[in-house]
Design a protein around this ligand. Sequence first.
Ligand code: AP5
Length: 214
Amino acid sequence: MLKIILLGAPGAGKGTQGNLISKKYGFPKISTGDILREAVKNRTPLGMKAKEKMDKGELVDDEIILGIIKERVSREDCKKGFILDGFPRNIKQAEEFEKLGIEGKELAILFEVKDEEIIRRLSSRRVCKNCGAIYNLVVSPPKKEGVCDKCGGELIQRDDDRPEVIKRRLSVYKEQTEPLVKFYENRGILGKVNAEGEIEQIFNSVCDIIGQYL
Ligand code: AP5
């Protein structure tokens, strides 16, 4: 059992690399952001509660997030391992996750990217409405404009990828999520990756780190 935690600022490439890790190692990728966006799309009570916070770039309440995670990691497909993308987001979430007492090795991978690059990436990101595939209009555009290569679904811009929300998300990251770097460093389970450059190259570095834990 390997629990992989992807850490890094918004737009650092957690989702992109998480999809590649999932494909190569067969662990499910659990993205709290994706789960929340799905709930918003379906207008569930959870989605209605989360939307206001997400639109402002603020964190959704810990109780909601912990409820989602507890349920998701208890499923059968998580028995051999899983990848957490976007969780934990603060020390409280990390501590509560530890209290679940899930047996197995734990590894946190930090994706390091400069702020200017993050802003560039998020403003040119498009995601498939149907399958969640991630594109960058500059670096990895779809073959046909506005259409997903993988499933033919419509490509959209996320509501929180507007400049004023990006700014807030970055400061929330620095205030609340960045302290997790020390948290995992102190536990001796943090691997750092320079997340600027080619997606493939970054993935090779990620695999090197995972290889040491398997
Ligand atoms: P969430 O969905 O988790 O968003 P995020 O952390 O802000 O991360 P992103 O999805 O924006 O970026 P990413 O690192 O996955 O980058 P990506 O691979 O897409 O959270 C959204 C909201 O939900 C939060 O603000 C909060 O409200 C709520 N929430 C979620 N989890 C929560 C929690 N645990 N607690 C409380 N609230 C929570 O890449 C970005 C772009 O860059 C793409 O266009 C991609 O194609 C491109 N790209 C990737 N790699 C490269 C590269 N090497 N070079 C050039 N471009 C690249």
